[in-house]
Design a protein around this ligand. Structure first.
Ligand SMILES: [Zn+2]
Ligand SMILES: [Zn+2]
Length: 278
């Protein structure tokens, strides 16, 4: 099968419009928010929007579909109020994903205000609670973060620790973000080393999605700043080495590169396709 390549498209105008955008860009996979990611309240999704979404997906052959969760969710929060709101919203994200027929939901596990170990333990407990709240077709993926202050899952080992400790079928695997990995100190271009690290800790089969982003900042900078493909510190060749490693060759790629206009998406997609052809 041809490699699945897509971008994160905007839902301005409705979720089905996000698929129209992906279709126009020639995407074979897509990531969207299912609601405004900066609000705790996810407004109800009109059924005609959801059914249009499911239709367009088949029409455009967009598969798999990924939903990125709200930035507000913090399963490691110390505040009971934030933690409860996070749990409720994550359950809602899973419900919305099933309504849309999405395959996976991508989550940044959380950020610690205290010791990362305790924060991870809280996140594990929270994930187990969410898993007890329902059964969903969509699977939940944990994304590696850039290693900024308080990040509780920026290393492969930490992701593996959370997956193993939570041990719930809800957790289908991980999403690997190349900008975040690089910021957290992994030399993405050294794909053999990274593949070995993933195989040792997680098993490559657990990687269901790659967020393909270049990085504005240097290796190990621990700052999350995405850059256009080939214009950042990883560079086009580095990214190419990573995604064409045999371990990662079949994993869908979704770009979360800077976007001032849809032309930016078109240009970055073209760069990726060119890199993969070379
Ligand atoms: Zn990402
Ligand atoms: Zn990021």
């Amino acid at each position: 099968m041809q490699r699945r390549i897509g971008v994160h498209t905007s839902i301005a105008g409705g979720v089905s419009i996000a698929l129209e955008r992906a279709g126009e860009l020639g995407c074979s996979t897509v990531q969207i928010f299912s609601h405004n990611p900066r609000q705790w309240q996810a407004v109800p999704l009109p059924e005609e929007q959801a059914s249009r979404f499911r239709e367009l997906r088949v029409l455009y052959g967009i598969d798999p579909v990924f939903i990125h969760t709200s930035y507000l969710i913090n399963l490691a929060a110390r505040s009971d109020e934030i933690l409860e709101k996070s749990l409720r919203l994550l359950v809602r994200e899973m419900d919305l994903a099933d309504t849309l027929g999405a395959d996976y939901v991508v989550l940044h596990t959380g950020s610690a205000q205290d010791s990362p170990g305790e924060a991870r333990a809280r996140a594990v407990k929270a994930l187990r609670r969410v898993a007890g709240e329902g059964e969903w077709k969509a699977g939940l993926l944990l994304e590696n973060t850039a290693g900024e202050r308080g990040d509780i899952s920026s290393t492969i080992g930490e992701l593996a620790e959370i997956l193993t400790a939570a041990a719930v079928p809800l957790l289908a695997g991980v999403c690997l973000d190349t900008c975040h990995a690089f910021s957290a100190g992994y030399d993405v271009a050294d794909s053999a080393e990274l593949a070995a690290e993933i195989e040792r800790n997680l098993g490559t089969a657990k990687v269901k999605l790659i967020h393909l982003n270049d990085s504005k900042r240097s290796l190990g900078a621990r700052v999350d700043r995405h850059e256009h493909i080939g214009e950042g510190a990883i560079g086009g060749e580095g990214l190419k080495k990573f995604v064409s490693h045999p371990a990662f060759r079949a994993i869908p790629l979704v770009l979360e590169t800077p976007k001032k206009s849809e032309d930016d998406d078109r240009r970055n997609l073209e760069t990726v396709r060119r890199l993969l052809r070379q």
